[in-house]
Every structure is written in structure tokens, then in C-alpha cells.
Ligand binder design. Structure first.
Ligand code: GTP
Ligand code: MG
Length: 361
């Protein structure tokens, strides 16, 4: 029998292993919950389990069984929740859900975001829907669409909001909820629900994106990167010779003035737990080592600076472009070009893209 909240195989033999449920509870309940789901639901507790992630091959398998595969993308972390490997792994019909739209500034239209995503990643606009499980934006039309399908699944990177969204879609059906939490790796197996329309909808474990920032910090502090109720934005107009710390795991050394001697202007965007700090390059090495995990977060707890395999990338970012750091946030260059050295852990993903927020009302 499977846990009704996270989809893991239930067992009553080892309380320290995933799927544990006391035998009496297993017998009593028609929709049993493992001890971990019970504690997340009732005490907002986190028991970091042996995390089970979905692989691209799992994604291939489930998408081949479904009429539509909904890939849930986190709008605050597009770089860490969407890539061409996921796109290529989906068999059959693909539909992109751009989640957490409530965190996007109010002056940005949903249609702008749809067109931007369509152009940037080669997806048809009609296959993209921005939604928010917090303010219900887009939920009604998504639910109507789902009700017309026989079998579909919610897939995507861990913590993108798949389970929360499934709970929104089933909220009027009187069905029991899938377990959702701020911690990554909450869903551990398939969680299946059948709607009144006859549609089968399946929640799945998150896909682990290896180059995402969360892979470079301790499992028990990963949720702090994502956990946010707002998008933080800060503008910089730095002189060459300045360093901006985008948390402790992303250092930006400003190398050159932009055109005509003007300083470049750029904005940093991220969740509110990421600390930004401006410093002089001469002092930056020392400050980085001393304040790593203290003033400069993430990491949020003790972590050895020396244990990190740091890598420096020399980049030029043109005006109107973003530099997106997988699992952290992004930098938008308003006046450029911006020439920088980006110093990050080896393997952490980053890429340049057209600005997400280019047109303002
Ligand atoms: N602001 C905001 N937060 C959201 C939204 N949807 C989900 N979240 C938050 O995102 C976090 C992760 O939610 P889950 O639904 O558990 O994510 P998941 O994709 O199922 O995660 P895994 O099962 O670990 O792969 C939780 O803290 C949710 O409250 C949304 O629309 N807006
Ligand atoms: Mg989940």
C-alpha cells in the first residue's frame, strides 16, 4: 500500500526509514499517511528523508502514459526548474505551468511572461499558462483544461509547487490532499487522484536539477533559498573595482565602465532570504572568507569556504539581458555592457537570456 500524501511505499517495520506507519494506523485508515506526511501536515515538521527524486527517464515513462504532461516551472527560478533536457524527455503533449505568478511584480502582464517564455524556449504560447496557488490566478482555466483530459501528470523540478497546485485543482472535489511543504523532496512517489469528470491526475516526485544552487548547500537549509513571500529587487550602479556578493555562493567583480564612461546599471532579483552586499574588490577576498555563511547567506549555516571548488567566469552581459543563476535568482542589466568576473562553485548553472521584465506598463 502507498502513502496517500507522498506516494511512498508504506512499511511498519523500521520507524527510521521512509514510508513508516504504525501497523495500527495502517489498518485503521482507508487513506493512510506515512509518519513523515502526518508530521508535515499536522506540525509543519521536516523529517529530511532519504530523498527520492524523479529522473529524466521517470519523466519519459510517466509522460508516455499520460495524455498531457504538465511541467511546473517556478517563475522565480526558471533557470533552475526548466531546461531542454526536461523538454526533450516529455513524450506526448507538453504543457508548461509558470507557477508562483503572485511573486511577479504587479506591472508585469501574464501575457508578457507567456510571450517571453515562448520566444526564449521555443514553446507555443497556447502551451503556457501562468498560475498562482496563493492568489488563485489562472487556476480556474487550468482546472477546466485538466477536466477535459483523461489522464495527466504534474511534473517538474523539486519545490516548483506541483503538490500545492494539485491540491488547488482538486480543492472542490472533496479529495484528500497531496503533501506539500517548503522542503524540497516532499513527494516521494506517484500520488493519484480521480476527479468527478473522470480525469486521472498524478502528482510526482521532483526532478533533481544537478546544477541548481540547492545542490551546493546542506539539505536541511535548502528550503530557505526558495521560501519567500516576495521577490526582492535591488539596483546597483557600481564603479569598476567594486564587488557585489549575491549571497555567499555568488560573487560578482565589476571590471569595466560601460559605454561613454557611464557606470553600468543592473538589478538583482531573488527570494528574500538571499543577502546582497556591496564591497571593494581589494577587501572582497578577506570578507568572503570571514563572512561566508554569516553576513553572506546562503549558505545559511556553517560551511567550509575552503571545501568549495570555486570557479571564475569572465562574462560580458549586454543591456536588456539577464544573467540567471540556477536556483538563486537573476541579474538584469539596464545599462551596459556589464563586464564581470562571476565567481561561483564549479558546476553551478548560469546562462544569459533576454530580460524577463523588459517592458513595463
Ligand atoms: N508564492 C508561492 N508559493 C508557492 C506557490 N505554489 C507553491 N508554493 C510554495 O512552494 C513550496 C513547495 O511547494 P510544493 O507544492 O510542496 O512543491 P513540489 O513541487 O510538490 O515539491 P516536491 O514534492 O519536493 O518536488 C511550498 O513552500 C509552497 O507553499 C505559489 O503559487 N506561490
Ligand atoms: Mg510535491
Amino acid at each position: 500500500m502507498k502513502c496517500h500524501g507522498c506516494g511512498v511505499q508504506l512499511q511498519s517495520t523500521d520507524p527510521n526509514k521512509i514510508g513508516y506507519i504504525p501497523e495500527s494506523a495502517m489498518l485503521e485508515r482507508s487513506e493512510p499517511l506515512c509518519q513523515r506526511c502526518y508530521r508535515i501536515k499536522h506540525y509543519s515538521d521536516n523529517i529530511t528523508p532519504e530523498v527520492i527524486h524523479y529522473s529524466l527517464s521517470d519523466l519519459k515513462t510517466i509522460s508516455a502514459e499520460c495524455d498531457v504532461t504538465f511541467v511546473v516551472v517556478d517563475l522565480l527560478d526558471i533557470a533552475g526548474t526548466w531546461n531542454k533536457e526536461i523538454k526533450e524527455a516529455v513524450k506526448g503533449e507538453l504543457f508548461i505551468i509558470l507557477n508562483k505568478f503572485d511573486l511577479i511584480p504587479k506591472h508585469i502582464y501574464a501575457q508578457q511572461i507567456v510571450e517571453w517564455f515562448a520566444n526564449e524556449y521555443g514553446i507555443k504560447p497556447k502551451q503556457i499558462q501562468p498560475v498562482s496557488s496563493v492568489n488563485n490566478f489562472g487556476i480556474k482555466s487550468l482546472t477546466e483544461q485538466i477536466n477535459q483530459v483523461k489522464k495527466c501528470c504534474f511534473t517538474g523540478a523539486t519545490n516548483a509547487g506541483k503538490s500545492t497546485l494539485l491540491n488547488k485543482v482538486i480543492s472542490k472535489e472533496g479529495l484528500s490532499e497531496s503533501t506539500a511543504s517548503p522542503f524540497s523532496g516532499t513527494t516521494l512517489g506517484r500520488v493519484k487522484r480521480t476527479l468527478n469528470s473522470g480525469t486521472t491526475i498524478i502528482d510526482t516526485p521532483g526532478i533533481e536539477i544537478k546544477e541548481r544552487m540547492m545542490q551546493f548547500i546542506k539539505p536541511d537549509e535548502r528550503h530557505l533559498i526558495f521560501k519567500t513571500d516576495r521577490l526582492t529587487r535591488k539596483t546597483y550602479k557600481p564603479d569598476p573595482g567594486k564587488t557585489i556578493f549575491f549571497g555567499g555562493l555568488c560573487r560578482i567583480d565589476i571590471l569595466q565602465t560601460a559605454r561613454d564612461g557611464y557606470q553600468p546599471i543592473f538589478q538583482i532579483f531573488s527570494g528574500h532570504n538571499i543577502v546582497y552586499h556591496l564591497s571593494n574588490q581589494k577587501k572582497a577576498d578577506d570578507l568572503h572568507k570571514r563572512q561566508f555563511g554569516k553576513l553572506l547567506k546562503p549558505p545559511f549555516t556553517d560551511m567550509s569556504f575552503e571545501d568549495i571548488d570555486w570557479q571564475q567566469h569572465h562574462l560580458t552581459i549586454n543591456e536588456g539581458m539577464d544573467l540567471a543563476i540556477s536556483g538563486l535568482g537573476w541579474i538584469n542589466v539596464k545599462r551596459g555592457p556589464l563586464e564581470i568576473n562571476l565567481i561561483i562553485p564549479k558546476g553551478l548553472g548560469f546562462h544569459q537570456r533576454k530580460a524577463l521584465f523588459i517592458k513595463e506598463r
